[in-house]
Design a protein. Sequence first.
Length: 426
Amino acid sequence: MLRGEFQGETRMHDFYYDRKGDLCCEKVPLKKILKKTGTPTYIYSSRTISEHLAKIQKAFRSVRPLICYSVKANSNLAVLKTLVKNGAGLDIVSGGELFRARKVQCPGRKIVYAGVGKTDEEIREAIRARILLFNVESLPELERIHQIAKAMRKQVNVSLRVNPNVDPHTHAYITTGRAETKFGIDFDRARSIYLESKKLTHATLCGLHVHIGSQIETGEPFVEAFRKILEFVDDLELAGIKIKFLNLGGGLGVIYSDENPQTADEFAKKILPLFKKRKYQIIFEPGRFIVANAGVLAAKVLYVKETAVKKFLITDAGMNDLIRPAFYNAYHGIWPIRKQEHVARWVYDVVGPICESGDFFAKDRELPEMRSGDFLTVMTSGAYGFTMSSNYNSRRRACEVLVKGASFRVVRQRETYQDLVRGEKI
Ligand code: LLP
């Protein structure tokens, strides 16, 4: 598998590859899709999505985990449906994500609900949907959920999200398992909440949740965190608290450039021995691992602008479509959709049309020469791409396409100008 830039290899990136100079997704040349949809467009490979889910299912089959795909990574209904059809549950963080989960008929017993700031209305909706577990992040939240469940005369299951104070060695913005972050509850506080919880008449604290961060490339931080939580769970059990669900979160890293992240099998080999002879229902919440490499953002080069110090490729996609480079200084490969033999290579900044200097996809990147009207893709954009997009600069959000074998479908239409002003009044 080639990482990073387009260099002409035949097989490049899961189901993205070069066929006689044309970049294809599964069996469809991207230029064929773009002819129909225009740009900017997100393109997803259905097969990559289901195979990545299967990789985790297989690697952990001995413990029969519930894989709750993390909806925030890519919440397109067709993507969710692909996963739910293949047995996944969903990890949600808002009423909106619950709405999507219901739209794709994900059974409530396969939905887990995390997040530090659930509103009363969201809690009510989740109780009505009979979700499997609330992943609770503070005592006031637990009290609120209990109060609401009691008023509704319903019983809810709860996992406390613990904060194990482990450094996942990833970007600060996506580190969640360290003590100074807003996530989870420290062990001492969690312990007293579990002990006190026996008094709760409408909430059962039967689970424990941990998620230490995202884009984690090695097993060590996970092992460190899981060792700590197992010790903690043992201690709880001695105190008479029964834990049924262990939700181990998401966080598996993927290849954007020259990373060498663990595979699902390697991850399982490191993790499974910790859980031997333990009878918990294990839950995972992968997001990026499943969808990142399944998606690209396709854009058109509008202009090639030269200044005294730079060459810019100005594209019709911008940071409103994909904010990861601007927000995390994240690396994404850039590949032309049509590869030409024997062209010069230049060092470009690939930028969008938005009025901010942070509006870039790549800086000082060596690429084959490109001209106005050429198409390129920003690779590995299937996770936290469209879901983090916005209407900044009153730009319409991109359309999304799902490819399956030799066919493709627009699974979200490009927004219209009317969409932009919906609900506004003068
Ligand atoms: N579970 C919880 C509780 C989470 O907060 C997250 C991600 C996941 C699971 C899924 O994590 P994953 O397997 O995708 O690493 N926007 C950032 C990533 C933010 C991750 C937020 N939480 C980015 O573009 O890198």
